[in-house]
Write a protein that binds this ligand. Structure first.
Ligand code: ASP
Length: 607
């Protein structure tokens, strides 16, 4: 291969095949950088030695595919290239074959400046020849292999589940495949193998995994793909901790395969605590948590500042931001988006001038480092808005508190991003100095109120098990589907997310294994028995035949590889990705199909 010859190979005969990366003519000497997946070797063609080869070599263009037979030779000391693994040697050509020519590509794999992404995606085969893409795809292979090996060693079977199936309950829109044999009926591409993997537990395969493509037809946000790959697993008789142990194990193997070490076990945090401390369910632990500084103010202070004394006053500390200019301080306010009744105090100096005692107490409580220029911004409830009681629930965090926490949570991240260059905490993905701060977020609420539909929805998916201790809340609320005050609001799920540096890598749960409880959950979600039967009848029936307790999780492989390859987007680690408009620019999919195909399917397209 083109990346393998070393000084110790000098004198040996070799045959190299690959692409012409570059050609340099120096009169009677002609140099070819020959490239394949493993690297580049310099080939020398000497006219004085063989005029015919020299002439043929003169016709070579970039990206021609050639085969060269020759002898490996040590380079002169002055021409050694220490930046290339093969830089001490060259291959002296004795025979040259042109295996194939190439049109002039729209860009070259060796170009240092990247062309625009549309061109890269259209000519993906050229783009994939670039070193960076070869590295990304190799990393993907290594990571997937490490995960496979780890899980196999732990006794998991990799089992395939169908792609042509029926709607799964992950809550996104399905991609549909029309059936020709039964006109008017459709398969759905799986949003996840959820029901199949649960059925595999019923079938006695107590440890299942699959590195599997999933399909979700969502309005694509910047970095989403309609088809993406999940590391999907399920096990019988688990506690949540057993699932976490497996995930920590295969992530350790995956990170190791890519040259990074991580610490296990990951810390754990209740959903409620995550909201209270970070205002978000996927906290970035690289930044300090909130501090509630309400007590640092006197009742009169709060009144003068028109702060609602019944709600938390959140101090957000962003470390090492340094002195802010007037203009920079003015820029903070527009970064704040109040989720209702929350207001911002971005000028901590002014607070200090007016309320020195409070400011000193806040500095102490937040562990503010004045010399390092920590920035403190306060978010509090507005007294004008009054204590918000519009939608009380049975949750520990009331909606009014949630509004403050959530507004502060978003601001905390926005501030960290804005000053990323200064505080040095947010490193670019792939920076070896990166701190991998993993976290398990647990005990999510079972149900979420959908304001549009005016009813309760499953926060994870409807097969997630409620907490044993919250069963009575489920019982009392099971029929108050359209009541935002229902006790189901307080039911916690045995659901968990694994989070890395503020990104959700995956979620899972312990499942419901009893049909009676599953029916109750469907009822609480406003599904009639007939509806549940028509959507999941086969699954409900399967539950009645001796279903062991089971649970699992799914993690996004693309995102993990992206982090490990140090890539900036998912498209950089997927060989043939789609654009934000779900188009494959290389093969130009989706396309219209012929009238005949439509006729056969019994489908008419409305213009
Ligand atoms: N099927 C779920 C998902 O794709 C994961 C799980 O519950 O295992 O999000």
């Amino acid at each position: 291969m083109c990346g393998t010859l070393r000084a110790s190979d000098a004198g040996k005969k070799a045959v190299l095949m690959g692409w012409v990366n570059k050609r340099r003519d120096h009169g009677s000497l002609l140099f070819i950088d020959l490239r394949d997946r493993t690297g580049v070797t310099q080939v020398v063609v000497n006219a004085d030695r063989d005029a015919a080869i020299h002439e043929k070599a003169g016709t070579l263009r970039n990206e021609y595919v050639i085969a060269v037979t020759g002898t490996v030779r040590l380079r002169d000391a002055s021409t050694i290239n220490p930046n290339m693994p093969t830089g001490e040697v060259e291959l002296v050509a004795e025979e040259l074959r042109i295996l194939n020519e190439s049109k002039l590509p729209p860009f070259l794999p060796s170009d240092t400046a990247l062309t625009n992404e549309e061109t890269r995606l259209k000519y993906r085969y050229i783009d994939l020849r670039r070193d960076a893409m070869q590295f990304n795809i190799e990393t993907r292979h290594k990571v997937a292999k490490a995960i496979r090996d780890y899980l196999s060693d732990q006794g998991f079977f990799e089992i395939e589940t169908p792609f042509m199936t029926r709607s799964t309950p992950e809550g996104a829109r399905d991609y549909l495949v029309p059936s020709r044999v039964q006109p008017g009926t459709f398969y759905a591409l799986p949003q996840s193998p959820q029901m199949f993997k649960q059925i595999l537990m019923i079938s006695g395969f107590d440890k299942y995994f699959q590195i599997v493509r999933c399909f979700r037809d969502e309005d694509l946000r910047a970095d989403r793909q309609p088809e993406f790959t999940q590391i999907d697993l399920e096990m019988s008789y688990p506690q949540p901790e057993s699932v976490w142990g497996v995930v920590e194990g295969f992530l350790t193997a995956a990170f190791q395969a890519a040259g990074s070490a991580i610490k296990t076990p990951f810390p754990r945090m209740d959903y409620d605590e995550a909201i209270r401390l970070y205002g978000i369910d996927k906290p970035d632990l690289r930044l300090p948590a909130f501090t509630d500084v309400r007590e640092c103010f006197t009742a009169e202070n709060l009144q003068e500042l028109a702060i609602n004394a019944n709600l938390p006053v959140i101090a957000i500390r962003t470390p090492k931001v340094g002195e802010l200019s007037r203009k920079e301080r003015d820029d903070i306010k527009p970064m704040f988006h109040s989720k209702g009744g929350a207001k911002i105090f971005e000028d901590f100096k002014r607070i200090g001038n007016k309320y020195p005692d409070a400011a000193a107490a806040i500095a102490k409580k937040t562990a503010m480092q004045d010399g390092d220029g920590d920035l403190i911004v306060l978010v509090a409830g507005s007294a004008q808005a009054g204590p918000q009681t519009a939608m009380p629930t049975h949750r520990k965090v009331t909606p009014a508190e949630l509004a403050i926490y959530a507004s502060a949570g978003l601001l905390r991240l926005a501030l960290a991003q804005k000053y990323a260059d200064r505080h040095g905490i947010f490193k670019k993905t792939g920076d070896p100095a990166n701190d991998f701060r993993f976290l398990w977020v647990t005990n999510f609420p079972m149900f979420e109120w959908d304001e549009g539909e005016k009813q309760w929805m499953a926060a994870h998916h409807p097969f997630t098990s409620p907490h044993e201790q919250d069963m009575t809340l489920l019982e009392t609320g099971v029929d108050s589907v359209t009541d935002p005050q229902s006790t189901v609001s307080a039911v916690r799920a045995l659901a968990y997310d694994v989070v890395l540096n503020g990104t959700e890598l995956g979620s899972g749960s312990i499942r419901i294994h009893r049909q009676d409880i599953q029916s109750k959950i469907f009822r609480a979600l406003g599904m009639t028995e007939e509806e549940a039967k028509s959507r999941f009848g086969f699954f409900l029936e399967a539950l009645e035949y001796g279903t062991p307790p089971h649970g699992g999780i799914a993690l996004g492989l693309d995102r993990i590889v992206m982090i490990l390859a140090g890539a900036e987007s998912l498209r950089e680690v997927i060989p043939f990705p789609k654009t934000a408009r779900a188009v494959d620019l290389m093969c130009d999919a989706p396309t219209p199909v012929s009238d005949r195909q439509l006729r056969e399917l019994g489908i008419a397209v409305k213009k």
